[in-house]
Design a protein around this ligand. Structure first.
Ligand code: HT7
Ligand code: ZN
Length: 884
């Protein structure tokens, strides 16, 4: 295996100016003619041209129209007697390469592949080399002309990047389409699609008066599920113009949906390709979460058009340059679409929850890496929550340090300087600092950039001291960060701490604007507040102003004050989570069987939140949801997953029982919402009604009462939308009620032809709470179901990932059967789709934290995978790091 290092970056030895690609599309054997105009890069010593290629059959190579000699070296095509290698020979030259490939055999879904009879491509990060020999690196940008030829009946729609300039008939029932992309681009943004598709179309006029055609292409039966994606796309175009002055730079912008896709979506220039999961929705088939995800993924890919495509990455170590920034942009987009401030806060809480349950564990585990990694074996393994979500937090902190207007100024300067270029994270940070010379970011730029270079989650310890005589409150903040693989010592991070102080009645103390944001730059610093009449309660890290763990020895009373009064909704939610976590940790540590972990004070506080007159439903649902098992486990040195599961379940049951009357009220008060609209307010009401119903069914399980399961079943049958229907089904399944079987059978029959709904059906069962070890046998049965297909990533994820990655109580079995199952699946999937297998392989990242017998068994399972001789680089890198 070869390790690629950031410090080894060297500019390319050749530039490719133009590319003319001609495809004769055939599932079994597609012929590709690649005609390029190249020139030597004079800034680099003369050397042979080495082109990347993978799984290609090479037919012919011509230089300036004549045959030439070449060598193959480790998959690369090497040309070492080019005219430009002769003395003074740096004139441009043409290179023509004829290859063939077999799209129908491409099970990795990288390069050119066939999904349900339609051709698709996926080129990021290094898939273009599976289409033709090329300089497959993002800093080589070229102008593309693409001609597609195919059988007209089977492939009536032929799409590629840019503008359609010509189309027509060919002999033998074939036809062609010729596309010219007016923008230079790296090859990872190339795309083609060919098949039987229909499009929802929308013409729009941008602020500058330009006309554009927006299209959402889907299979013919899916047209009735495209309205929301189109609305999201129109909103994205409008938002990027309004907030950042960034217009759509194409006459035509296309989205195409495919049901076989390794990730969520791909931002190919003018031709975004999407997993169907992030396009198709109507009220009968998609939940509120699906609607929200579609909005943010459509936004995300569209925003890449500037942050990623117009300005791209110099090399793949800079991935967060486009991904962190674009996640930040899609988060802001979703927040700006919220009509109410409370809905913005809910979105922020949801985003932080993802960060803390997925990225914090990554940052503490064997795959920990900086936002800008220093090395990789397989770049596909670095499309991570660290690069994406932590990267977005880094951008958010920059916005906090320069202000919202300052950030917009910085973006403007970034595009003025770098439009059309392939650059690094340093260029971005520099533009933001230069546009805001008097800001804290400009003053602290070098230490701030440690967020890019140092892995690990900093811990900030806060200690308050009140001096009544002096009416002075002193807050001392101390930071530390544990070692991560390859980084033993960390230098201090620059940590913006947004804060406020509350008095004992929960009233906000007046603070000057500069007191409301403290920037921690040293290991230890103190803040002093004068004229404070009584000991305040500090509200720290408001809005989660930095991706750190905040340690503060709050008393329960202080947390209850914050939960009841904090003007910062994030910290209000956080106070409730801290109270719950404290109780979970105490019950886990207590000897003996798990017994009623919750006390009256906590239950009353939760009741007060649930019954609150002004808090909105979405916030209540978040506040009444206990920290996840994964999040709880992260707080422990040694994890007994069964104990964590038992404690959390006991807490849930206690909340279900103690608040029974309140849940009844919550359900009745929120269950009717009129005609379905996926707006945050009504989605929040549905979420709270769903939680209430789940709690009522859980309580019924204990009491033997049949009323609520009956009501849930009725609601399941009568529901007017998928959110309510699925919540009712889930309430029955989670409570393991006998009616769940009937409901599942009915649900399958209703949606047998809706692949995305069947994914939910599979996922719900594979993610159900374990009762005496019943989930693993159920998962094995699901894998034998006629609708199961491990080669379809969505389906594999819905069964295997839902069990291994999202159901710790069922997966971590004392008999190790869950781990054996995991190792078998990783090995099996790796044979046809290494990327999906490597993601599954991450399920045991945190094995070292496990108590025995889990730890030893998990290690053995990982070692069993590592012992395979025929493993992909993807999986090999993950298991090697896990064991090191
Ligand atoms: N930029 C896109 C990355 C992506 C991808 C990477 C590896 C393999 C398959 C892939 N599909 C999409 C996704 C995004 O961040 O927008
Ligand atoms: Zn992205």
């Amino acid at each position: 295996t070869t390790v690629v290092r950031r410090e080894d970056y060297a500019p390319p030895a050749y530039w490719i100016d133009t590319v003319e690609l001609t495809f004769d599309l055939d599932p079994a054997k597609t012929r590709v003619l690649n005609r390029m105009a190249l020139r030597r890069n004079p800034a680099v010593p003369a050397q042979p041209l080495r082109l990347d290629g993978e799984e290609l059959n090479l037919a012919r190579v011509l230089v300036n129209g004549a045959g030439c000699s070449f060598k193959m070296d480790g998959g690369q095509l090497v040309l070492d007697n080019l005219p430009s290698l002769e003395e003074h020979g740096d004139a441009p030259f043409t290179l023509e390469i004829f290859t063939t490939c077999a799209p129908e055999k491409n099970s990795q879904l990288m390069g050119l592949y066939v999904s349900q009879g339609t051709f698709f491509t996926q080129c990021e990060a290094e898939g273009f080399r599976r289409i033709t020999y090329f300089l497959d690196r993002p800093d080589v940008m070229a102008s593309y002309t693409v001609t597609l030829r195919a059988d007209k009946q089977r492939y009536p729609v032929l799409l590629s990047n840019g503008n359609l300039v010509e189309s027509g008939e060919l002999a033998d029932g074939r036809h062609f389409a010729k596309w010219v992309d007016p923008h230079r681009k790296p090859c990872y943004l190339f795309a083609l699609v060919a098949g039987q598709l229909v499009a929802r179309e929308q013409r729009i006029v941008s602020r500058g008066g330009q006309e554009h055609l927006l299209q959402v292409y889907v299979r013919p039966g899916d047209m009735d599920k495209t309205e929301h994606a189109m609305n999201s796309l129109m909103a994205s175009v409008a938002w990027d113009e309004a907030r950042f002055g960034l217009p759509l730079d194409l006459e035509r912008f296309m989205i195409v949906a495919t049901s076989d896709f390794n990730m969520g979506a791909m931002e190919n220039k003018g031709l975004n390709i999407f997993n169907t999961k992030y396009v198709l929705a109507n009220s009968a088939t998609a939940t509120d979460t699906d609607f929200a995800n579609i909005e943010s993924v459509v936004g995300h890919e569209y925003f890449h058009n500037w942050t990623g495509n117009r300005v791209t990455c110099r090399d793949w170590f800079q991935l967060s340059l486009k991904e962190g920034l674009t996640v930040f942009r899609d988060q802001e987009f979703s927040m700006d679409l919220c009509a109410e401030a409370s809905a913005r806060a809910v979105k922020r809480i949801e985003d932080v929850r993802v960060l803390r349950t997925a990225q914090f564990p990554e940052d503490a585990g064997p795959m920990a890496h900086p936002v800008r990694p220093d090395s990789y074996v397989e770049i596909n393994n670095f499309y991570t929550v660290t690069v994406y979500e932590k990267g977005a937090e880094v951008v958010r902190m920059m916005q906090t340090l320069v202000g919202r207007e300052g950030f917009a100024r910085g973006m403007k300067l970034y595009f003025e300087r770098h439009d059309g270029q392939a650059v690094t994270c340093d260029h971005f940070a520099q533009a933001l600092a230069d546009a805001n010379p008097d800001s804290a970011l400009a003053r602290l730029l070098e230490p701030f950039k440690r967020w890019y270079s140092q892995a690990g989650t900093p811990r900030v310890r806060a200690e308050g001291h009140y001096d009544a005589a002096a009416r002075r409150y002193t807050l001392s903040l101390t930071q530390r960060c544990a070692p991560t693989p390859g980084q033993a010592l960390k230098q201090p991070f620059v940590i913006p701490v947004a804060l406020g102080l509350l008095d004992a009645e929960g009233r906000e103390l007046p603070l000057a604007p500069e007191q409301r944001l403290f920037v921690l730059t040293e290991v230890s610093q103190s803040l002093v507040f004068d004229g404070v009449d009584s000991e305040p309660v500090p509200s720290l890290l408001r809005g989660f102003s930095a991706p750190v763990v905040l340690e503060c020895d709050y008393s329960d009373e202080q947390l209850l004050i914050l939960l009841a009064n904090d003007s910062d909704p994030f910290n209000r939610w956080e106070a409730g989570q801290r109270l719950a976590l404290r109780r979970a940790l105490a019950a886990i540590a207590a000897p003996g069987a798990v017994d009623a972990p919750l006390d009256a004070a906590f239950i009353e506080a939760m009741r007060a939140v649930l019954r609150h007159e002004r808090l909105d439903a979405a916030f209540k649902e978040l506040a009444l949801t206990l920290p996840s098992e994964t999040y709880i486990a992260e707080q422990l040195e040694v994890v007994d997953p069964q104990r964590v599961h038992a404690v959390r379940e006991a807490m849930r049951e206690q909340l279900a029982t103690a608040l029974q009357a309140d849940w009844v009220w919550a359900y009745e008060a929120h269950k009717d919402n009129g005609a379905y609209r996926p707006d945050p307010l009504s989605a929040g009401r549905r979420a709270l009604a769903g939680l209430a119903l789940a709690m009522l069914c859980l309580q019924a399980r204990r009491s033997g009462d049949a009323v609520w399961p009956g009501k849930a079943y009725q609601r399941f049958k009568d529901a007017g939308n998928m959110t309510d229907r699925f919540n009712a089904l889930s309430a029955l399944v989670v409570a393991d009620h006998p009616l769940a079987r009937e409901a599942l059978t009915r649900f399958h029959a209703m949606f047998r032809d809706e692949a995305l709904v069947l994914d939910k059906w599979f996922a719900l069962q594979a993610g159900a709470p374990d009762r005496g070890g019943n989930v693993l046998p159920a998962v094995k049965q699901l894998m034998a179901h006629r609708d199961f297909n491990p080669r379809n990533p969505n389906r594999a994820r819905s069964v295997i990932f839902s069990y291994c990655n999202a159901n710790p109580g069922a997966f971590h079995r004392a008999d190790a059967a869950g781990y054996v199952f995991w190792s078998e699946r990783v090995i099996e999937i790796d044979r046809f789709n290494p990327q999906v297998a490597a993601r599954l392989a991450r399920a045991l990242d945190r094995w070292r934290k496990l108590a025995e017998p889990y730890r030893g068994a998990a290690r053995e399972a990982i070692a069993r995978v590592a012992a395979q001789t025929e493993l992909s680089n993807d999986v090999r890198e993950v298991v090697t790091r896990a064991l090191s």
